[in-house]
Write a protein that binds this ligand. Structure first.
Ligand code: AMP
Length: 460
């Protein structure tokens, strides 16, 4: 099986029921299994090129295919014929036109196919909808971004194929904010079976770390859904449930900017109308590390994640490596309970100082934030020692601890080197071993970790 290629298609119609024909083209592309749509632009109406004829409706689709380029072009031609396109003048009019604009980074020029499409730079009806969904994409061979090509074209007053209007909101990705379980179910039921749903569960107070998860879901799936729920059952007595940061307006803005399609501000009335009696335990995994000081925490996480998986039925669910133990527990949850979901691990997003972004950072003073940077510094020092050949667990821990101790305000709860899947303490360090820390700074509990053999995450 070849791995899927990222492909950009332009579809257009200027005869018949143009909106319905574009919709039919999208459906057939997916039904034949030749193309999975990940993003669709707005539909625009454009001036026809060539002899006098009706105006076109155009749309750009970004998706994935496993077909080689020639077969994709052949599949597109078959769909054109099935949708009633007759062999006509080279410049239309036509019921449906499906052009392969770009196929990965491929550049070919043969009798049957030219990639990227040779007319891209001169067509506003291609560039403008493409820029709407992926402005920063580089067009192979032109070495310019879509946005730059569009700006160039718009400077040229005599351009052809000018856009006259945005016709329909169909295909446009407006984010929907919902507050009830019923609304989520309705949204989910309307997603066609062949389309991927990417899901990002959060507790809100969204930051760049969450945004990276949502952006990845949006890039890899046709639909990206985000939930915000501060789950009472994963907080212990005396923990910060009541003071956990909440910021609905900021969350809506961040989710929208990252490209979410659906944002659910979930309520306990919907998720826990009665106190749950089911408990999901992970005797070893959940007892280690954070589990020692937070008994019941991961049972609470597992239950809410299981419920959300049932509700969203995601194709892929995105979790941050910052919460490494949680990630491993969610992986086991999906595997042991046969959730048909791919768990996608996303690297930790950090400030320039190296501090891992966390909603709880908001509760630190400037001095506390500064002290907190010692966590990543210490983990990184250990990672450097490992790169220099140190394999003793004790020595690596001592290296990290020296950094932590330099900050009087950092109170370490644990510092452990473990095997990634079992989370059991490592006897000797390997490239896969994970060094994890939990600490309290100004009463705020923070966690962080690094994989010893991995390069540093680039700061924001
Ligand atoms: P939370 O809102 O803290 O429950 O986190 C929701 C998701 O975002 C979890 O999968 C976290 O691991 C992830 N996340 C939180 N902070 C970061 C970060 N700095 N980098 C990457 N992912 C993160």
């Amino acid at each position: 099986m070849i791995s899927p290629a990222r492909v950009v298609l332009g579809i257009g119609s200027n005869l018949g029921d143009r909106i319905a024909l574009l919709a039919a083209a999208r459906r057939r592309l997916e039904e034949t299994g030749s193309f999975l749509i990940m993003r669709a632009s707005s539909i625009v109406e454009s001036e026809p090129i060539g002899p006098p004829q009706p105006r076109y409706l155009n749309q750009v689709l970004i998706g994935e295919t496993r077909l080689p380029p020639e077969e994709l072009v052949a599949a597109a031609k078959r769909i054109e014929t099935e949708l009633g396109r007759r062999a006509a003048l080279p410049w239309g009019p036509r019921e449906i036109d499906i052009d392969v604009l770009a196929y990965g980074a491929l550049q070919v020029r043969s009798q049957s196919i030219t990639l990227p499409h040779p007319e891209i730079a001169g067509r506003e009806f291609v560039l403008a909808p493409w820029a709407e969904i992926d402005a920063d994409a580089h067009v192979p061979g032109l070495d310019r971004t879509v946005a730059a090509l569009l700006a160039d074209l718009r400077r040229d007053a005599g351009r052809a194929g000018r856009i006259l209007a945005t016709v329909a909101d169909e295909g446009r990705r407006e984010m929907k904010i919902v507050r009830t379980l019923a609304a989520v179910r309705e949204w989910r039921d309307a997603v066609p079976a062949a389309e991927r749903v990417g899901f990002v569960p959060t507790m809100g107070a969204l930051h760049e770390g969450h945004r990276a998860l949502v952006a990845r879901a949006r890039d890899e799936c046709a639909h990206a859904a985000v939930s915000v729920f501060v789950n009472p059952f994963q907080f212990g007595a005396g923990e910060d449930f009541a003071s956990y940061p909440r910021d609905e307006a900021g969350d809506a803005e961040a989710a929208r900017a990252a490209g979410a399609d659906l944002l659910w501000f979930a309520g306990a009335g919907d998720l826990y109308p009665t106190t749950p009696v089911v408990r999901i335990d992970f005797p070893d995994l959940a007892a280690r590390l954070c589990g020692r000081s937070r008994p019941g925490h991961f049972a609470g996480v597992a239950l809410i994640v299981a419920k959300l998986f049932h509700i969203f039925r995601p194709t892929r669910a995105y979790f941050g490596e910052k919460d490494f133990q949680q990630l491993q527990i969610v992986r086991r949850l999906a595997r042991d309970l046969d959730f048909d979901v791919e768990i996608v691990a996303c690297p930790t997003v950090r400030e320039g100082s190296g501090l891992a972004l966390s909603s709880r950072n908001r509760r630190l003073s400037a001095a506390g934030r500064n002290a907190a940077t010692a966590l990543y510094r210490g983990l990184n020092e250990a990672r450097r020692a490992f790169a220099r050949g140190e394999r003793s667990v004790q020595a690596l821990r001592a290296t990290a601890e020296r950094c932590f101790r330099a900050e009087a305000d950092v109170e370490i709860e644990y510092l452990e080197l473990v095997a990634p899947d079992t989370l059991a303490e490592a006897a000797a360090a390997t490239a896969e071993s994970v060094l994890l820390v939990a600490a309290r700074i100004e009463g705020v509990r923070l966690i962080d970790n690094v994989v010893l053999g991995r390069a540093e995450e680039p700061p924001l």
